[in-house]
Design a protein around this ligand. Structure first.
Ligand SMILES: *Cc1c(COP(=O)(O)O)cnc(C)c1O
Length: 380
């Protein structure tokens, strides 16, 4: 039995069909597929008991070394890392205040966020009990607006990196400078900011106190893992609030399997030949565009960068109208094999090579050519 078939057995026993993901490292599609080295590390970790706190420390030390950071903590996803980072910057290791979470009336409890950065993931910050102080407006933020937002209750500035970045935002360098003069830490949600691999140290080298990444996106670690990287004192406070300690992080358990899986993923990712991988993505996109461009009823071209701002090419396929696009997307998803693609603008789709497994790029192309043929014939 081939590995691909074996992989599917468990899901199919439940009546679920695997999805070919030409969309992105979407949580709702499973994040990413773990490479064999990560699966092996998790299986190995599952075979015996171990001191979990000591394991978290040793894994953290090694990940810090690999990512050129002072310290590291493995959380149960980037969102959980944001919860712990927020607790670290407000409550710190204060035992009295920690017992009162989410009532933070005895500590600095204001987190500054630029209005343009507000998004669904800020729930992770808010659940700690902080007050999110919005700065700026829908078009951006000025330095003066940020300056005016600091009070004696300011605990941190949260910066979101990704689809929410907007031309009018106050740049990260300036935010770090402005906050730094007051001794206020800047926390960066960089959940989907890999590649490039250098981002693992770029934000913290710029002066961010912590940078937070998903373990289950391009890093291809366990889906329920995340990395908090940066200042040792704040990482220590993350530990204080994290499982197995009884605090806000106790429900966000990271098991020994996830810890060893996350470490294996970082070991692999920091050694990968990223240039070679990028050449592979370019070849895939070029092949897609070459085959799709002459097809009647669609236009196809290379697009760059992708929605999360990752420096990865993808293909933009534009249809004559929205209805045809929607029909094709639905039929790709409900067909066999099921293919997930991202809608783009009014009548286009994006095809992303990043999340495809070997051999799937051609399957995506054939399925798409098939559905385009069917849908366009039908509309005639
Ligand atoms: C995916 C994502 C998160 C959440 O990461 P998890 O690892 O799924 O918890 C947070 N912020 C942004 C911008 C993301 O893209």
């Amino acid at each position: 039995m081939s590995a691909a078939v074996e992989r599917r057995t468990g899901y199919e026993a439940l009546g679920l069909h695997p999805v070919i993901n030409a969309c992105a490292t979407l949580t709702k599609l499973g994040g990413s597929v773990m490479p064999p080295a990560v699966v092996a590390a998790m299986a190995d970790a599952a075979r015996c008991f171990v001191d979990l706190e000591e394991l978290q420390r040793r894994v953290g030390a090694r990940i810090a070394e690999l990512t050129h950071n002072e310290a590291a903590y493995v959380s149960s996803g980037a969102a959980a890392g944001m919860v712990l980072a927020t607790a670290a910057c407000t409550v710190g290791m204060d035992r009295e205040a920690h017992a009162r979470i989410p009532r933070l009336d005895t500590v600095k409890n204001e987190i500054i966020v630029q209005s343009v950065h507000r998004n669904g993931y800020d729930y992770a910050v808010r659940q700690v009990g902080v007050t999110v102080v919005d700065v700026g407006g829908p078009h951006g933020t000025s330095r003066e607006e940020l300056e005016a937002a600091f009070t004696d209750r300011t605990a941190a500035v949260f910066w979101f990196q990704g689809a929410m970045n907007a031309p009018g935002e106050l740049p990260l360098e300036q935010v770090i400078q402005t906050a730094g003069r007051r001794g206020i830490p800047v926390l960066v949600d960089a959940a989907a900011q890999l590649p490039p691999v250098e981002n693992l140290w770029r934000f913290t080298r710029m002066g961010a106190a912590l940078a937070i990444f998903s373990g289950g996106k391009d890093l291809a670690g366990p889906q329920s893992s995340g990395l908090v990287l940066g200042r040792a004192d704040l990482i220590e406070a993350c530990r204080f609030h994290g499982n197995p300690n009884q605090s806000i992080g106790r429900p966000m358990k990271v098991g020994k399997e996830e810890l060893m899986g996350a470490l294996a993923a970082v070991e692999r990712y920091t050694r990968l030949d990223h240039a070679e991988r990028m050449r592979g993505f370019e070849e895939t996109v070029a092949r897609w565009v070459e085959r799709l461009a002459p097809v009647e009823g669609v236009a196809a071209r290379r697009d760059f960068p992708n929605e999360a701002g990752q420096p990865v090419p993808w293909a933009l396929v534009t249809f004559d109208n929205e209805a045809t696009r929607d029909t094709v997307v639905d039929r790709l998803r409900s067909g066999d094999p099921s293919v997930a693609v991202a809608k783009a603008g009014a009548a286009a789709i994006h095809l992303n090579p990043m999340t495809l497994q070997p051999g799937e790029a051609d399957v995506v192309l054939e399925r798409l050519l098939d559905e385009i043929g069917t849908s366009i014939r039908r509309c005639d």
